[in-house]
Design a protein around this ligand. Structure first.
Ligand SMILES: Cc1cc2nc3c(=O)[nH]c(=O)nc-3n(C[C@H](O)[C@H](O)[C@H](O)COP(=O)(O)OP(=O)(O)OC[C@H]3O[C@@H](n4cnc5c(N)ncnc54)[C@H](O)[C@@H]3O)c2cc1C
Ligand code: FES
Ligand code: FES
Length: 485
């Protein structure tokens, strides 16, 4: 253990400081709650982030207040909440306005999903005292109920929203969280495994140089599943979420720079302003529990051909800032993906940030995702298109797809069919034809090859109609998947 680090995990459980010395690096919040703390209100359904039965709240100090985020306790490692607040259904005491509303509106039958729903609704309520039905829908997309049905739960959410919430205004929590932050890194070694939570980027760079085989963890929405569902050996985890400097979104020259620790929830408002279709895509990644911790950098780094972030980043011409020790290099996102399962990242190197070019007045951008379900589903096809519209002509088109090949990549022939043409349906129809030469997708359980090809073509036409303002109404919020297919 390094001299400036600590080997016990310290956090607030409700409003009590807890020190944990005996948890292994891959112990999840859920396992610790149920097996050690004996707080069995939090349930295990799927153990892979899909059902929300294990939803707990993790609170952190942000802009002088405590922000509570819903997370899936089943895939988040306990060590990652060092210095934070953990709240479970037990902390609500049974008479919380959300709990009362769930009873009054008959929002529970067998009750297995209920603690998870309650925690998601408490998080929503602290953020929004008058949520619309769409906002409630979005807050609950990561919670499944197989017996009650959702109407009573939505009614409970609406009834509870304006009621005062004691914890929300609790200054004492803020003071305790501030007192808990001793500025030290966490370094634990247990059961032959190791966990490090460095507090600075330099410390992270040095650690990764020393231990190039260690596995980085950000939101753990992929890595958590490797530990729980896939039972993979993870002998050394280095967590980047405790580094404040990596959680920044800031303009740098002609770009917006997104730190590797920035979560989907944190970056969504930035994209809402710059590229609204990118924000819409992000709102379709997992549920609120996944978006509150999952990162764009992690989405790129895991190299999946169906990660939803990569096509948009490639279309926008985004670059990665890669760092190894004290050296930095930049790499276009499209060059990061070498082949299925292979990325251009050297041992000891990590993604420090993603730079996304700011739009020019002439920039046009559109993106869409096709999945079998609207919420909580991985893409069958994901596509993004960016170009400049100058005096009626399409310039510098960049069209990128996920789900069409072993890596997310550009469609060179379709781009060529658009480049320099006047912005017209004819140009887009030519690109639709050319697209057939760009990809030979595979059949799998998500979609057949012919479906993928057809939907990819049709999405281009959709983009044309939307960008031309021809679509009578934008099919909000993106519930067009089956209509277009
Ligand atoms: C229920 C559920 C639903 C999901 N739905 C979607 C979806 O709809 N669309 C979608 O695209 N994804 C989805 N995902 C997958 C997941 O949310 C993303 O891939 C996520 O962005 C990964 O980010 P993370 O921060 O959680 O990464 P982690 O799980 O912490 O890490 C993922 C990988 O990236 C590496 N890594 C992390 N940070 C860095 C870094 N800075 N430098 C180098 N390597 C790094 C890790 O070592 C690991 O290999 C879902 C996951 C779950 C559990
Ligand atoms: S148990 Fe299903 S999301 Fe955690
Ligand atoms: S009340 Fe039974 S699963 Fe929701």
């Amino acid at each position: 253990m390094r001299t400036d680090s600590r080997d016990e995990i310290r956090f607030l459980l409700g409003d009590e400081v807890v020190s944990v010395r005996d948890a292994a690096p891959t112990t999840t919040i859920l396992t610790w709650l149920r097996e050690t703390a004996r707080r069995t209100g939090t349930k295990e359904g799927c153990a892979e982030g899909d059902c929300g039965a294990c939803t707990v709240l993790v609170g952190r100090v942000e802009d002088g207040r405590v922000v509570s985020e819903p997370v899936n306790g089943c895939i988040r490692f306990l060590a990652s909440i060092d210095g934070l607040q953990l709240e479970t259904v037990e902390d609500l005491g049974g008479a919380h306005p959300v709990q009362r509303a769930m009873v009054e509106h008959h929002g529970s039958q067998c009750g297995f999903c209920t603690p998870g729903f309650v925690m998601s609704l408490v998080a929503l309520k602290r953020d929004n005292e008058a949520p619309s039905e769409a906002e409630i829908d979005r807050a609950l997309a990561g919670n499944l109920c197989r017996c009650t049905g959702y109407a009573p739960i939505i009614a409970a959410a609406q009834a509870a929203a304006p009621e005062p919430d004691r914890t929300q205004a609790d200054e004492a929590i803020l003071r305790k969280l501030r007192a808990l932050d001793d500025g030290r890194s966490l370094s634990i070694r247990r059961d032959g495994a190791r966990w490090d939570s460095p507090r600075s980027v330099d410390e992270l760079a040095a650690l990764l140089l020393e231990f190039p085989d260690a596995r980085l963890v950000a939101g753990a929405t992929d890595v958590g599943l490797w530990a729980t569902t896939l039972t993979r050996e993870l002998p050394h985890l280095i967590y980047i979420g405790a580094i404040d400097a990596l959680r920044r979104v800031e303009p740098v020259d002609e770009h917006v720079e997104i730190g590797a620790g920035v979560t989907y929830a944190d970056v969504e408002p930035t994209f809402d302003g710059l590229y609204p279709d990118f924000a819409r895509l992000i709102r379709r990644i997992g549920g609120a529990q996944v978006r509150s911790v999952g990162t764009l950098a992690g989405n790129v780094a895991n190299g999946s051909p169906i990660g939803d972030g990569s096509p948009a980043l490639i279309a926008l011409g985004a670059t990665l800032v890669l760092r190894k020790g004290g050296e930095r290099r930049t790499l276009p996102v499209e060059e990061f993906f070498v082949a299925y399962g292979a990325q251009q990242r050297w041992p000891g190197e990590f993604i420090e940030a993603i730079r996304v070019p700011l739009p020019r007045a002439t920039t046009r951008f559109a993106a869409a995702k096709i999945g079998k379900r609207f919420d909580q589903d991985i893409s069958s096809v994901c596509v993004a298109l960016r170009f400049d519209l100058v005096e009626g002509a399409i310039l510098e088109p960049r069209l990128a797809f996920g789900g069409m090949d072993g890596v997310p990549r550009r469609a060179a022939r379709a781009e060529a069919a658009l480049a320099g043409r006047s912005f017209s349906e004819a140009a887009f129809r030519a690109a639709m034809l050319a697209l057939d030469q760009d990809f030979s997708p595979i059949d799998d359980h998500r979609a057949s090859a012919s479906y993928r090809k057809r939907v990819a073509r049709n999405l281009l036409l959709k983009f044309y109609r939307e960008l031309a303002g021809e679509a009578a109404t934008r099919l909000e919020p993106d519930r067009y998947a089956h209509a277009v297919a």
